[in-house]
Design a protein around this ligand. Structure first.
Ligand code: DQA
Length: 143
């Protein structure tokens, strides 16, 4: 069974209470359950992680590269400026799908740039937890 890492960047652990008008009221635990359910339906073994630490996220990407594991990544604010994260994504050895709960293109100008998008297989934005379900479907279709 293909193992997929669903990696989440800073402040996403605070879903539910964080700006609910933007990110909704579902919690990070709800996100984890949604991904694991979707994975079960798609025949994927899904592991969901979150960190506020750029170094830890880079190390998880190295781990995925070494394991040839596909990655669904919500880089959160790192999306917009972390070249370290982009470089780690570029070195992945299996498909990467970038996801966002909100639609960054419809928000503040600084969110319109993703330094990760250019090294992803594709990007899914704006559908809340469904962004993750759709991303896992995309992974299942290409592995
Ligand atoms: C986000 C969008 C980013 O701009 C923001 O910094 C986040 C969450 C999203 O999922 O919509 O933390 O990645």
């Amino acid at each position: 069974m293909t193992r997929v890492l669903v990696l989440n960047g800073p402040n996403l652990g605070r879903l539910g209470s964080r700006e609910p008008e933007v990110y909704g009221t579902e919690t990070f635990e709800d996100l984890r359950v949604a991904c694991q359910q979707a994975g079960g339906e798609l025949g994927l073994e899904v592991e969901v992680r979150q960190t506020d630490d750029e170094t830890e996220l880079v190390h998880w990407l190295h781990e995925a590269a070494d394991a040839a594991a596909p990655v669904v990544l919500n880089p959160a604010a790192f999306t917009h400026y972390s070249y370290a994260l982009r470089d780690a994504c570029a070195a992945l050895t299996a498909p990467l799908v970038e996801v966002h709960l909100s639609n960054p293109a419809a928000r503040e100008p600084f969110r319109h740039t993703s330094v990760v998008a250019g090294v992803a297989k594709g990007t899914i934005t704006g559908f809340g937890l469904d962004s993750y379900r759709l991303a896992l479907r995309a992974v299942a279709a290409v592995v």
